[in-house]
Design a protein around this ligand. Sequence first.
Ligand code: SIN
Length: 288
Amino acid sequence: MNNTYNKIKVTPVSRFVGAEVSGVDIAAGIDDEQFDEIRRAFVEHGVIFFRDQDITPDQHVEFAQRWGAINVNRFFQAVETHPMIAEVRKEAHQKTNIGARWHTDHSYDEFPALGSLLYARAVPSLGGDTLFSSMYAAYEALSDGMKKFLRGLRAEHSSRHSFGDQAYVGVDMDDIGGRIGNIDGATQEVVHPVVIRHPLSGRPALYVNTEFTLKFEHWTEQESKPLLDYLYQHASQNEFTCRFKWQEGSMAIWDNRATHHCALNDYDGEFRLMHRITVEGEALSAAN
Ligand code: SIN
């Protein structure tokens, strides 16, 4: 891949995942050449970060549409004026946050989301960082024997256990406070290869995640659990990750097929509000 950039500056933040992109003003508009470079940086680094962007919800939507059609989230509360934007909100009195477990967005869909554009509107004075992990690096670090074995497997993903009625057993609904809903819409069940061929880079990437993967196809949950737990622990080890510290006006755009992410919940008593737009993806094929 050509990794020379003329219209933007790209500074990697860790060995395997994440880069800060500067020289971009989303509100002022992005020409095609600059957008091509931003897209290239996204494919190269899995997640890209922008600072000091002062954008309206309309500009957020317009920028997201450059990446593809918007995939409206079924379960998160939307911004009242902009149904295409999902709110990732935590009030100062609330205890649970959204996205606390390692996951990739919408893997329960037949055509899982290409990526997500998360924009910080209000951040705590300290904490509330997001961790990202490279699923290329996680796959690459496995033994040849394990790689070959996993390439022959597929896994079931579902939204039912995360957003259906089972998800709310024993949960304090006052604390949820309407941030997540549409229990009846949690009907998605799908099977994806455990190792995908990334649609843009062509590289093999591990594609099972803690939040939405249920089990391997034709295996029981009990049989699947030990190997899935091993893969989750393997995929989230520090060496494959980077950590993004938000400021108001920061934006992260991550590739849902190449990375996992996890939102830290270490800011009790403070308010955090992010706007998220998720972009449509495509069917995933197995790596050879
Ligand atoms: C998410 O999982 O989409 C939210 C991430 C975050 O709030 O940092």
